[in-house]
Design a protein around this ligand. Structure first.
Ligand code: SAM
Ligand code: ZN
Length: 286
């Protein structure tokens, strides 16, 4: 375990009984009953309960546990094994890990390939990390902000960032020079049927993280993962809505119509990009 104090950025040492982290200046953080560390400072919160709500988390958990996105988890695991396989215990952070589905899948895949990674799952949402604790006891789960990742500078071999906002500078700071960043983001056709059922006009925007990452990262590889899946119950559709931003934007009437239909053929259009932390990156703030 190698964390940095979110107040002074000095190293955090774990107490003998493993229940408390403390830095040299005396800032201390207790381990929560569920097993995670809360390193989110109150002044870092923009709201009382930042990040995804308990309802969104439970919906995402049910949806992901149903296996609809298993292919994504499998491919991410394989890419990490291919790229990190020479190092038997890489230190990997799953940033904005949500309720930990992908983190746990990554752990399983790497263990299956004979690697013993040191895995950290970090999210700003307390309900997300509480749920994540139930997925694995080997992963170090953190409630913290990705805007100030509480690990020593240059201490990570890899970061995974899936379906989440790009926080380029803090990721560059936390990674070793030459470290890997694996980003998963939705392509223009992702969940197109769902969006067509919700919006009068569907915008097909192609997002790419490359520009936001460019001062500190070099693109190494990009691939497209497309597959179809069927959601065949109103509950499944309700979960899919609740775990996407669409759920908050859908009008009541459209929502009712969709749930009444109780079935939707869906298309997943996913991009996976691998970036490398530049060896001589642009200057980073301390
Ligand atoms: C769309 S979810 C993706 C979760 C997970 N990666 C997955 O694919 O299942 C985005 C996550 O980002 C988290 N989040 C939002 N702002 C954050 C921040 N500043 N630092 C860390 N996590 C954040 C939310 O709480 C939420 O769990
Ligand atoms: Zn401190």
């Amino acid at each position: 375990m190698n964390f940095a104090c979110p107040v002074c950025h000095g190293p955090l040492l774990v107490s003998e009984d493993q229940t408390c982290l403390r830095c040299e200046l005396g800032h201390s953080f207790d381990r929560a009953r569920q097993g995670y560390w809360n390193l989110l400072l109150p002044q870092r919160k923009r709201s009382r309960d930042p990040g995804d709500s308990a309802e969104m988390i439970q919906a995402r958990r049910r949806f992901l546990d149903a296996g609809y996105y298993w292919l994504i988890a499998e491919q991410v695991g394989q890419l990490l094994i291919d790229r990190l396989g020479q190092d038997s215990s890489p230190r990997i952070l799953d940033l904005a890990c949500g309720e930990g589905y992908y983190t746990a899948q990554i752990e399983e895949a790497l263990n299956g390939a004979g690697l013993t990674p040191e895995l950290i799952g970090l999210d700003i949402s307390k309900p997300a990390i509480r749920a994540a604790c139930k997925r694995s006891q080997q992963v170090e789960w953190l409630v913290a902000t990705g805007a100030d990742i509480p690990v020593p500078a240059g201490s990570l071999d890899a970061i995974t960032l899936m379906f989440s906002r790009i926080m380029a500078q803090p990721m560059a700071r936390a990674l070793k020079p030459g470290g890997l960043l694996l980003v998963v983001w939705p392509g223009a056709e992702h969940l197109i049927e769902l969006r067509e059922a919700i919006y009068d006009q569907v915008r097909k925007r192609e997002l790419s993280p490359a520009e936001a990452l460019s001062p500190w990262f070099e693109p190494l590889h990009e691939e497209k993962l497309s597959f179809d899946f069927e959601v065949s119950s109103a509950d499944g559709l309700s979960d899919l809505l609740a775990m996407t931003p669409h759920g908050q934007r859908i009008r009541a009437q459209a929502r009712e119509a969709l749930l009444e239909r109780g079935q939707l053929d869906c298309h997943a259009d996913i991009r996976i990009g691998i970036f490398q932390r530049s060896v001589e990156p642009a200057a980073l703030p301390e």
